[in-house]
Design a protein around this ligand. Sequence first.
Ligand code: IPT
Length: 269
Amino acid sequence: PSIGLITASLTLHAPSQIAAAIKSHASARQLEVAIAMPAIVDYASLQARLNEFRAQNIRGAIINLPLEGSVAEKLVSENPDICCLFLDISPETDVCCVRFDHLDGCSACIRHLWELGHRDFGLLAGPESSVSARMRLSSWRETLHRLGVSNAVTVFGDWSAASGWHNAFKLLHQYPKISAIVVANDQMALGVLSALAQLNRNGSQAVSVTGYDDTADSLYFQPPLTTVAQDFDKLGKRAVEMLIQLVADPQIRIRELLPTRLVIRQSTW
Ligand code: IPT
């Protein structure tokens, strides 16, 4: 028997670690994983992937793509014979999901920088098309607001290191006083660290940087990255376990929230 996985681009570190975890926990339960990686994320393209799964007799699918609530809900109602479990949707979306709690991690990150004395922030968000990117940005802003910080500029990247590199220059140009850059994922933070090194802003003029994900490589960035850890292995394991339960009993409603946690390393001071 097989399960399906529809995933965001596996060139990105987080989705690739999630896919690896799903694959290994599925194997442990003698399940094959059919992987689809659509280039376009809209209802029609996801429906086409589910049709392919149906043709392969697949009855359960894990969907790790940032989806608007209406698209996720429509996929569920139009495909009653395939159980769908979503990993990247907003809390308001009324579908089965296992997802990370962004609130804790995002506010811990801002509070950590504030306690270190930072008052001038650059926010490097993920793409506006991603629900998770939007939720991280609004949590940062809410925490800053609660702390009474109004000096923050925002730019948007596409999750890649290259976009982190370009946006670091843009932020420092728009707001030269920035002392901390809060980044929506580790790959973009890698690009930011590289730009700062190039500008010699990693010595006494240093800018603090935080990431998000704690992917396997982030400990080896220069300097080692302070970031918000999401346990991708745990997400993969729970997703496989929950999907098996859901296929056995399609009436049950699964909504699981996994914690995130701030990991403090040398990129913040
Ligand atoms: C999310 C990652 O945090 C981010 O770095 C990026 O890779 C994105 O996925 C791609 O969609 S993790 C997701 C489960 C919210």
